[in-house]
Design a protein around this ligand. Structure first.
Ligand code: EPU
Length: 346
């Protein structure tokens, strides 16, 4: 086990914020964690699990010991009559894993192509795009308890998935709290790809692609290519412009609240949900408040999608948080809706 000191984290967060880890250990498997926990100095100090860094805002140097997850490997677990189960190490790049499944001839993850980050981070915020959420394809995961060193497996129910939410986003150890946040380090994730493969094409942007191209019966790879093109058209590539994807969750309101807002703002983009609530497009709300293209210091609102905050060069975590708060205030003052951030502020 090698403890690296004062490690620059700029290459390890998609916002490209300059910050350091006071101490960092690379985790390539469960044995590394067990060794760490047995260490008299490091065993009991606070720890911070870092995946691809695509959903965090660093507001300073990270004081807890950073565990950089580098558990690799991809494999076919089972090719049964009703589903194919595939597995990947938590440190694998998510998009490369999606492409690998398609190369093997297994469809099912194509709508989730080009989402930044690692496989291990995918269940934490239950990533989702173009009509598919991770939970729709989830089989199980293996994790290690950072307090006891015990390895355990969780199924879909135990992960308590919600919209951009899971058991891993809730703090551990507090009274009445069911969470595993800060306690579990995800090692491997298994996904179930149902057979026969069925395309998910209900999303407006994908319907448009079908109309534009005249392709009514797209393959999984075709959908993957469309999703990549749609994302590239409106979301900034973090390798070019630092960002953490959607900065806020799309809020839900009751149908009564929605009617009330529509009466004042007839153009509001909204979608009825299966449970009777109504989801509002946070990007539309922010856009309507005039934020698109605006900046606070070096933190900006992306020109093509107001839901994405970007690094205009040398941004600090403080500037991102200030901009996010200013946006929350104007959306609240105009619509009476509180926007909830998606990334974790560290
Ligand atoms: N809109 C505006 N102005 C904007 C942005 C959006 O009017 O500046 C409107 C759009 O015209 C559209 C609606 O808002 O009618 C929704 O926009 P879009 O289809 O781009 O999707 P989204 O709700 O903004 C969500 C996810 C994305 C995911 C896409 C596609 C959340 C918070 N975001 O975005 O996820 O890729 O749907 O499924 O749920 C992410 O989480 O990082 C992410 C990128």
């Amino acid at each position: 086990m090698i403890v690296e000191r004062n490690v620059p984290l700029q290459p390890h967060n998609s916002f490209g914020i300059v910050a350091k880890a006071r101490a960092l250990v690379r985790v390539r498997g469960a044995e590394d964690v067990k060794q760490l926990l047995a260490d008299p100095e490091l065993g009991s100090i606070p720890k911070f699990v870092l995946g691809g860094g695509s959903n965090i805002v660093l507001t300073g140097d990270v004081k807890p010991l950073v565990l950089k997850v580098e558990v690799m490997g991809r494999r076919l677990v089972e090719d049964g009559p009703r589903a194919t189960v595939v597995e990947a190490g938590a440190g694998e790049n998510w998009h490369d894993f999606v492409d690998w499944t398609l190369d093997q001839g297994f469809g099912g993850l194509e709508n989730l192509a080009l989402i930044p980050g690692t496989v291990g981070a995918s269940p934490v915020q239950n990533i989702g795009a173009y009509g598919v959420e991770l939970q729709d394809r989830f089989e199980s995961l293996d994790a290690i308890d950072l307090f006891t060193g015990k390895i355990f497996t969780l199924d879909e129910t135990q992960c308590a998935f919600g919209y951009r939410d899971s058991v891993f986003k809730h703090a551990a150890g507090q009274e009445g709290d069911f969470g595993l946040g800060g306690r579990a380090l995800i090692l491997r994730v298994r996904l179930r790809l149902p057979k026969p493969w069925k395309p998910v094409l209900g999303y407006l942007d994908l319907e448009r692609k079908m109309q534009e191209t005249g392709i009514r019966d797209p393959s999984a790879r075709q959908i993957r290519d469309w999703v990549c093109a749609i994302r590239a058209g409106k979301l900034p590539d973090p390798r070019v412009i630092g960002n953490a994807g959607s900065f806020f969750k799309n809020p839900t309101v009751t149908p009564e609240q929605c009617q009330d807002i529509i009466a004042r703002e007839p153009g509001i983009v909204h979608y009825p949900m299966p449970d009777g609530s109504v989801k509002l497009a946070a990007g539309w709300l922010i856009d309507a408040c005039g934020w698109k293209g605006k900046s606070v210091g070096n933190a900006g609102v992306y020109e093509k999608q107001a839901l994405v905050l970007v690094n205009r060069g040398g941004v600090t975590g403080g500037e991102v948080v200030t901009l996010a708060r200013a946006i929350q205030t104007s959306v609240y003052e105009r619509f009476g809706i509180r926007l909830e951030p998606e990334p974790v502020v560290v």
